[in-house]
Design a protein around this ligand. Structure first.
Ligand code: PHE
Length: 376
C-alpha cells in the first residue's frame, strides 16, 4: 500500500511538472559601468523579492533573465531586443536611468511586450506608450517636492546644476524651476555639467559669485559627490538638495565631510517604512546583506511583484500568464498595490502615483527628514 501511494504521488508530481510552464521575465540593468551601483542595488532587491515569490498562483515557476547594458543606451536597446526575440520573455523590468529606459520603451511598445521601469522618473519614458509602466513617481512630482521643501525653509534664491547628457537631469531641473518660481523663489542661474566630468572648477566658481541660498543638483551620484566637494573647497556654503539619482552610499564615501547636510528626494527610507510588506522585505534584506535596505532595491522588488500580480490576475481570468496583452492590461490597471515603497496606483499615463521621502546626510549616514504625499 505504501509503495502504491508513493508511485501515485510520483506520477502526480511528474504530471504537474509537465503542466507547469516556465514564465520568463527579462531584466535590463546597468550592472557594470559608471552607474553600476544603480544596477547592483536593483539586482540585490530583486533577489529578495524573487526568493519570497517565484511561483505563480497556478504553480508555474518564474524565471528571471538578467542582462547587463553597462549603463549604455544602445546596449539597453540591444538587450531588450534580445530578451524579446531570443528569450521570448513575457515582460521586461528596467532600466534605471531615464535615458536608457527611453531607448528601450519604443522596442517594448512595438512588440507589445509589457515593460516596467522601477526607477526611471522622466515623464517621457511612458509618454504616449501603452506598454510601458513605472513603479516610481515622476520628476514633476519629485522636483516640486524638493522646491516646496527648500522654499518653505526660507531658502528663496537658487542655482540649478544640470547634467546636460541625462534626460533625467534635464527634466528634473525643469520641474524644480517651475515649482520653485511658482512658490515665489528666484533662480539665479543654471550651470551645466556632463556625466563623466571630474573637474567642476568653472561651475563652482560661478555658483560662488551668484551667492544662492540653495543649490539644486539634479545629476547622478558620481558627479554629485565630486561637485559638492569642489564647491566646499572654494568656499560655497549654501546647502544642496538633489534628486533620487544622487542619494547613494558613494555620495558619502567620495563626498566625505563635504556632503554633510546634503538633502535629496527619494522613494523609500526604511526608517519610515511601516507596512507589513515593507517590514518583511527589510527583515529579509538585513538578514541577507547586513546593511540598510535602499530605495533602488525596494523599487525593483515592487516592480517585480507588480508583474507577478498582473500575471496572477490573468490566471484568475482564465488566461495564460504568458499572454502579454493580458499582463500589460492588468499592469496598467494596478490599483492600491501594497508595495515596499508604499501604496502604488497606476494612472492613465502608466505612471505611479505615490509618496516621496526627503533624506539628508547626517553624521555620515542617510537620515530621514519627511514624507510628502501626492495631491489627491
Ligand atoms: N530617477 C532616475 C532616472 O530616472 C534613476 C534613479 C532612481 C536613480 C532612483 C537612483 C535612485 O534617471
Amino acid at each position: 500500500m505504501k509503495k502504491l501511494l508513493s508511485v501515485a504521488a510520483a506520477t502526480a508530481l511528474v504530471a504537474s511538472m509537465a503542466m507547469a510552464k516556465e514564465v520568463k521575465i527579462g531584466v535590463v540593468l546597468p550592472l557594470t559601468g559608471p552607474i553600476a551601483a544603480f544596477g547592483q542595488t536593483s539586482n540585490d532587491g530583486l533577489k529578495i523579492a524573487y526568493a519570497q515569490h517565484h511561483k505563480l498562483s497556478n504553480g508555474d515557476p518564474v524565471k528571471l533573465i538578467v542582462l547587463d547594458d553597462r549603463g549604455d543606451k544602445v546596449e539597453a536597446a540591444t538587450a531588450t531586443k534580445r530578451l524579446i526575440d531570443e528569450n521570448h520573455v513575457t515582460a521586461i523590468l528596467g532600466e534605471v536611468a531615464s535615458s536608457n529606459s527611453m531607448a528601450m520603451a519604443p522596442i517594448a511598445e512595438k512588440s507589445k511586450t509589457p515593460m516596467i521601469t522601477h526607477a526611471s522618473t522622466n515623464p517621457r519614458v511612458t509618454m504616449g506608450k501603452k506598454f510601458v509602466t513605472r513603479a516610481c513617481f515622476i520628476d514633476p512630482f519629485q522636483g516640486a517636492v524638493a522646491a516646496n521643501y527648500v522654499y518653505s525653509k526660507g531658502l528663496k534664491t537658487a542655482v540649478i546644476v544640470t547634467d546636460a547628457t541625462q534626460d533625467y537631469s534635464v527634466g528634473l531641473s525643469k520641474a524644480f524651476r517651475k515649482a520653485y518660481t511658482k512658490d515665489g523663489g528666484k533662480i539665479l542661474g543654471t550651470v551645466l555639467i556632463n556625466s563623466g566630468d571630474k573637474d567642476f572648477n568653472a561651475q563652482v566658481s560661478t555658483i560662488k559669485s551668484l551667492h544662492p541660498q540653495i543649490i539644486d543638483f539634479t545629476g547622478y551620484y558620481p558627479e554629485a559627490a565630486l561637485f559638492v566637494r569642489q564647491a566646499r573647497a572654494v568656499g560655497v556654503k549654501a546647502p544642496f538638495i538633489g534628486g533620487d539619482g544622487s542619494g547613494f552610499p558613494q555620495l558619502i564615501k567620495i563626498g566625505g565631510k563635504a556632503v554633510e547636510g546634503y538633502m535629496y528626494t527619494d522613494h523609500f527610507n526604511e526608517a519610515a517604512a511601516k507596512s507589513a510588506v515593507a517590514k518583511a522585505y527589510v527583515k529579509a534584506y538585513h538578514a541577507k546583506y547586513h546593511r540598510t535596505a535602499d530605495s533602488m532595491g525596494a523599487l525593483a522588488a515592487d516592480a517585480y511583484n507588480m508583474i507577478l500580480s498582473a500575471m496572477n490576475k490573468c490566471i484568475a481570468e482564465g488566461k495564460a500568464p504568458t499572454n502579454k496583452i493580458c499582463v500589460n492590461t492588468n499592469l496598467r490597471h494596478t490599483k492600491n498595490f501594497q508595495g515596499v515603497t508604499g501604496v502604488i496606483n497606476i494612472n492613465k499615463q502608466g505612471n505611479a502615483v505615490k509618496s516621496a521621502v526627503i533624506n539628508v546626510v547626517r553624521n555620515g549616514k542617510f537620515a530621514y527628514l519627511a514624507t510628502v504625499n501626492p495631491k489627491k
